[in-house]
Structure formats: structure tokens, C-alpha cells
Write a protein that binds this ligand. Structure first.
Ligand code: GYE
Length: 354
């Protein structure tokens, strides 16, 4: 169970008793504490300034929708675009006012965005932490301001507990395990050594750590697999190309390419083809995500196994936001459902990705 959850006291302090009717219109207006404070201050100042002249102070502006500050970590992959689009769609459909900031793959920008959400007095902050460490200070600030924080997609390592109230995303370790198990099955009759090259994602990020460790956990039981090279691809197609060039130079004789996401796999496939190596027959390729390009490559026989990572968590996130704001019980950990798609599947059953 989650260790960093806000205490019940923290949560109830933020409680606003509303029942969202149809999720589009509130019967009771929600007022951000900070907005209310600023509005009241403005009224007091107006009364002090104009009171003696007998003029009426202006009504405070009351925010009648829940305000969610969302810090997206960047734009590095197809998965990320799907995630951003889904959050925007779900917020609109739920009638939640979304303040969306894109950090362009920079932790400092994310911290800046979170600070700006705190200053604006949003009701809830959600963010996809680019790396696991370095969030304690800014999350302490959110906590001091009484603003609940939800981790979306990636996880963090915090030094103190109670810095966020919920997590919603994937089981990255489980994804690594699924990839390893599939490899073990595919190479069940084969003699070792079976040489694996790995293109990892962003260093020190939770998906990279989970997918890296999950695979190695399975391989402990199958010593015939040998990870001969592991290079950082930052989840980007362009870096996937660079990684594949490096792999071909340092370890040309591999049996399996394990890419931590579709974009790096696609970059690698491009390079393999440029070098006259067939992704269909010369090696086995395993990737994570199962977004549009990955699924197309699976259909074309260029990828053999796709471990799904589900970016469509917008609706669950908005549900969580409603529950937290209205003081209802809510799940502290939500893991989304994910499958494995392989070259042996009936392709007509594969999901269609936008
Ligand atoms: O797998 C990758 C993206 O954090 C789960 O980040 C996400 C990962 C996803 O860039 O494509």
C-alpha cells in the first residue's frame, strides 16, 4: 500500500461537500481556498478604499468548477501525446477546469508549474513525475497549502510520507516481468546464450526502473539469457536510432531487442533496415506501450511482442479528483489494466489506437 498518502486529517480539511450531478454542472459552487482568500482580501481592500465614499465593493469572483492543475512531463512519445489528449478530453467531459502545463522533459519546469498551481490555489494538483527523486520540497509546499496531489503515470521516491494522496498509472515492474516471461516462452526450446540488447527509457524514471528490474527478475530463473548491452533511449524515436547504431557497433550479434517503448523500437527498426538487417527474420523485437506505430509494426511482422502500457487514464483521474474534492473515500493506488499482444494473435482483435 501507498506510504506517502495524505493523512485523513489533511484530506478532510480539503473536503467540499458536493455531489456532482451528471459531472457537468455543480449545484454547489466550489471555491478554491486561495481564490476565496484573494477575493475576500480584494473585498476588504475595496471596502477600506471606497467605503467612505459610499461606493459598493465588487462581488468576489467565485470559481464554480473544480480546478485541476496538471503538469505533463513532456512530448517525447506517442504514448505521451495519447496521455495528454486523454487528460484534456476527460477534464472537458467531466466539467473540470484544467490548467495544463507541459514541462518539455525538464524536472525544473515541472517544479515551476507545480509552484504556479499552488500560487493560483487550484483544488487538486496532478503530475507525471519525469524522474523518481527530487520532489520533496515542492510537495511539502503543496501540502502546506492544503492542496492534494495525485501522481499520474509515474511514481516518485520521497523522503517523507504523506506528500501525495493517490497514484494512478501502470505496474512497470509487472511490464518488465511480462516481457521477460514472453521471451522465456518464445525461446523455450533454444540453447543459450540468448543475447539481449536493451534500449532503456529515461534514466531514473519509474517506468525505466520497473521495466529494467522486471526483466532481470525473470532472467534469474533463465540463466541462458544474457543482457549484452543496455543503452539509454529517453523514450524518443530519434534516440532509439542512436541507440541502435551503438548496439550494432558494440554488440552486432543479438537475438532479442528489448525496447522500453514503441518510439525507441521504431527508431531502432529504421536503423536495422538501413543496415540491411530484417526485423522480421533476423532477430526478435519486444517493445512496451502498444501505441499506434507499435501495433502497426506488430501487424507487419516487425515487432514480435508488445507489452501494453495504458495511457487512457483520464476518466479514472477525473473520478479521483471528484472524490478527493468531495471528501468521498477514494483508492490510493489505481493500476490500469494492461495486456500483451504478440505475433501469434488474431490481428483482427488488436486494439485500434488513434
Ligand atoms: O511508456 C513512454 C513514455 O511513463 C509510461 O513514458 C510512461 C512512458 C511510456 O514516454 O512511451
Amino acid at each position: 500500500m501507498i506510504k506517502n498518502a495524505l493523512t485523513t486529517k489533511d484530506r478532510t480539511e480539503r473536503t467540499v461537500p458536493i455531489v456532482p450531478p451528471g459531472r457537468t454542472k455543480r449545484t454547489v459552487p466550489i471555491v478554491s481556498p486561495f481564490a476565496l482568500f484573494v477575493a475576500l482580501l480584494a473585498v476588504c481592500l475595496a471596502v477600506l478604499t471606497f467605503g467612505s465614499c459610499g461606493e459598493k465593493a465588487e462581488e468576489p469572483v467565485i470559481q464554480d468548477r473544480i480546478v485541476l492543475g496538471f503538469s505533463q512531463l513532456g512530448d517525447e512519445s506517442e504514448w505521451r501525446s495519447s496521455s495528454s489528449n486523454d487528460v484534456k478530453r476527460a477534464a472537458e467531459e467531466a466539467g473540470i477546469q484544467l490548467m495544463f502545463e507541459n514541462a518539455q522533459q525538464n524536472q525544473f519546469n515541472q517544479i515551476k508549474a507545480i509552484r504556479s498551481f499552488i500560487l493560483k490555489g487550484v483544488d487538486v494538483i496532478a503530475f507525471c513525475p519525469i524522474v523518481e527523486e527530487g520532489w520533496d520540497n515542492v510537495l511539502e509546499e503543496a501540502k502546506a497549502a492544503g492542496i492534494p496531489v495525485i501522481l499520474v503515470d509515474r511514481n516518485i521516491k520521497a523522503e517523507t510520507e504523506g506528500l501525495y494522496c493517490a497514484f494512478i498509472g501502470s505496474d512497470f515492474h509487472g511490464e518488465g516481468v511480462k516481457a521477460g516471461r514472453w521471451m522465456a516462452k518464445r525461446f523455450a526450446g533454444a540453447e543459450g546464450p540468448i543475447k539481449v540488447a536493451e534500449i532503456i527509457g529515461t534514466e531514473n524514471s519509474s517506468p525505466t526502473i520497473g521495466r529494467y528490474e522486471g526483466l532481470r527478475e525473470v532472467f534469474k530463473n533463465y540463466p541462458k539469457f544474457e543482457i549484452v548491452i543496455s543503452v539509454p533511449g529517453d523514450f524518443m524515436r530519434s534516440k532509439g536510432k542512436e541507440c541502435m547504431e551503438e548496439i550494432l557497433e558494440k554488440a552486432p550479434d543479438i537475438d532479442i531487442l528489448y525496447a522500453h517503448n514503441d518510439d525507441t523500437a521504431m527508431g531502432a527498426i529504421e536503423v536495422l533496415e538501413e543496415h540491411g538487417i530484417s526485423p522480421e527474420s533476423d532477430l526478435v523485437i519486444v517493445s512496451v506501450d502498444a501505441q499506434k506505430s507499435g501495433l502497426e509494426a506488430l501487424r507487419e511482422g516487425k515487432i514480435n511482442c508488445l507489452v501494453e502500457c495504458n495511457p487512457y487514464i483520464g476518466d479514472d483521474l477525473m473520478d479521483l479528483v471528484f472524490k478527493i474534492v468531495s471528501g468521498e473515500p477514494y483508492p490510493e493506488m489505481t493500476f490500469v489494466e494492461e495486456k500483451v499482444y504478440t505475433d501469434k494473435d488474431d490481428f483482427s482483435t488488436l486494439p485500434i489506437r488513434p
